[in-house]
Design a binder for this molecule. Sequence first.
Ligand SMILES: Cc1cc2nc3c(=O)[nH]c(=O)nc-3n(C[C@H](O)[C@H](O)[C@H](O)COP(=O)(O)O)c2cc1C
Length: 164
Amino acid sequence: MKSVGGLEAVVASLLAALDPPAVVVTAAAGARRGGCLVTFSTQCSMAPFRFLVCLSTANATFGVAQAAAALAVNLPPRHDRALLELFGARTGDDVDKLDQVGWRAWEDGTPLLDGCGWFVGPVVSRHDVGDHVAMVLEPVAASPAAAAAPRLADVRHIRPGHSV
Ligand SMILES: Cc1cc2nc3c(=O)[nH]c(=O)nc-3n(C[C@H](O)[C@H](O)[C@H](O)COP(=O)(O)O)c2cc1C
């Protein structure tokens, strides 16, 4: 097989062309809370209805999410650059991002971001998939989004707060 620019670069460009959704995954565990921008996510089962998010083991959010019973997937308005940059370019190692935005706690404390569509539910399994851990959640509560959600093309200019 011949590839231009190397296998990884070609696959990466094919995947980027799919323009996957960009979401903000939030979690709380005891007094700890966090959240980060995620583009590795997808529905992964119909019955039971389940959704998968992949979190980098380097991220501050990862430690919280590993200890959390539940996760929330927040769909911000695609024009909310400030929110996308906060969760994608800043790290919870340095700042409490949730101090800088409006949010409320779901019944177990999981943060739900103001102005976003969201769904929340318990983590039913976790899988080591490389430098990320895939976490599968089963939505038990949700709220619709009032505006179109962002995609990778809207956030790819952001420099991640943590290198993987
Ligand atoms: C375009 C883009 C896509 C990203 N996708 C993911 C992802 O799928 N999973 C992940 O764990 N981090 C992803 N990140 C990285 C985190 O959002 C980023 O490093 C963040 O600052 C981590 O914050 P934290 O340390 O508070 O968790 C992405 C960042 C960008 C800019």
